[in-house]
Design a protein around this ligand. Structure first.
Ligand code: FAD
Length: 389
């Protein structure tokens, strides 16, 4: 795609998305057109589309922002294509989605903005995206999805569970990747989760799940999950990871369940002969929110290259917390706990110019922390995080 094509796509999308209620209208129009013209596609989607609409527009925005970085975008699209095999999508479905998206954009962009040249740019752009996804899907010989049987479910905090599954066949995900997951109580509502342990010969996967208040799926993952349940897992996605033999120091920052993909990487690194120095900051609101400190303290105590620093916004636990449980201060192998907003605490030690940085947590935490690090002089190109949708 040449830069003119990319610029035309970007300008039209930004213009539509910048309007009051624009993203919502675009997504509504897209799904209405898609389901009217191609009713057979409706079965791929959940009954309630509200969360889906938001994700669609964010995913388009994410793709458009990276059109001029093919080395990043093409592997992402290839992963997405492999993941979409779980729906049983066929080339005609890609054509249906492309055509409905163009029609929806044309309707909202208006005739002044939507020229013939813009139409051709979108046709070409959507073609490249669909071809990349279809080709990757066609070349893949792993299963379109895996079945995982729940073998353990533990509530480690109010509203936060650790769920372990045994897969029906091995999945070679890289530590730090994530995957889409569907639970029996919420059919067709796939959500991303990040394994907290590396791929292993026992085919076990561990997820750490926080129940998002008002969410469709995560409260059910915690409240409705029983040993013996069968979950479906899509192909692995994402590119967080520490390359073998790298000498670059690492700065890892995880809040809440964001610790999961970082912990998986650290566990995988313990199997290597040598590792760069890693600073891990693990954050929460209260000291008692740091649910995984025992495992992290064990990892730090056994591996000299790793330093783990807990950070909490509040110095105190809430009144209802049982104070007999462990808190950061009591565990060996950990640096002293800091108090403050995590991005601010870490940026104050910056600028971390000689570190590669990974940030994992809620979208707002990732954005705030990234901003703080950039403001402190950390080069943007050194900061990585998963897509925020
Ligand atoms: C790459 C990636 C990896 C992820 N890994 C994990 C993981 O390992 N463990 C885990 O528990 N979750 C993880 N998530 C989040 C998870 O995929 C779901 O988005 C989350 O569980 C909410 O789903 P829901 O159906 O309950 O809420 P939805 O019904 O989808 O959303 C309900 C409302 O909550 C908001 N919302 C959604 N997520 C959050 C959030 N994290 N914080 C605040 N508000 C939110 C939405 O914007 C919406 O307004 C990951 C997300 C991504 C993108």
């Amino acid at each position: 795609m040449d830069s003119r094509t990319v610029a035309l796509m970007r300008t039209t999308f930004k213009a539509v998305a910048a309007e009051e209620g624009g993203p919502e209208k675009l997504a509504r129009s897209f799904y209405a057109l898609l389901f009217t013209d191609y009713p057979q596609v409706r079965d791929f989607f959940p009954a309630a589309l509200d969360a889906q609409r938001d994700r669609l527009v964010k995913a388009i925005g994410y793709t458009i922002d990276r059109l001029e970085e093919p080395d990043k975008l093409l592997p992402f699209l290839a992963q997405l294509g492999r993941d979409h095999r779980k729906y049983g999508v066929k080339p005609e479905h890609y054509a249906a989605v492309g055509s409905s998206l163009r029609t929806a954009l044309r309707a909202y962009a208006g005739t002044e903005l939507w020229t013939d040249e813009v139409e051709r740019a979108w046709q070409e752009g959507i073609g490249v995206i669909a071809d990349t996804m279809m080709k990757a899907a066609a070349q893949e010989d792993t299963p379109p999805y895996w079945t995982g049987t729940v073998i353990e479910q533990r509530e480690v905090l109010r509203n936060l569970s650790v769920v372990r599954l045994r897969l029906d066949q091995p999945m070679q995900y890289a530590a730090g990747q994530y995957m889409s997951v569907q639970i029996p109580a919420r059919p067709r509502m796939w959500r991303y989760l990040s394994p907290a342990i590396p791929a292993n010969p026992h085919c076990e996967v561990e997820f750490h799940i926080r129940g998002v208040s008002g969410g469709w799926v995560s409260p059910a993952m915690i409240g409705h999950t029983r040993v013996g349940d069968q979950w479906l897992l899509g192909s692995p996605l994402g590119g967080l990871g520490v390359p073998r033999n790298t000498r670059r120091k690492m700065l890892m920052i995880g809040c809440g369940t964001g610790i999961a993909p970082l912990r998986a990487q650290l566990m995988a690194m313990t199997q290597r002969r040598s590792n760069p120095k890693v600073r891990l900051f693990v954050g929460g609101h209260h000291p008692c929110d740091l649910y995984d400190l025992q495992a992290l303290s064990d990892l730090a105590a056994a591996n000299k290259w790793l330093t783990v620093t807990p950070v909490t916004e509040s110095d105190e636990n809430p009144w209802w917390h049982d104070e007999s449980e462990h808190t950061a201060a009591e565990l060996p192998g950990l640096a002293p706990r800091r108090t403050g907003q995590i991005g601010k605490v870490i940026a104050a030690e910056g600028p971390w110019k000689d570190h590669d940085v990974q940030i994992v947590g809620s979208p707002s935490m990732v954005q705030t922390t990234k901003f703080r690090l950039m403001a402190a002089g950390t080069p943007t190109k050194n900061i990585r995080h998963d897509p925020l949708f």
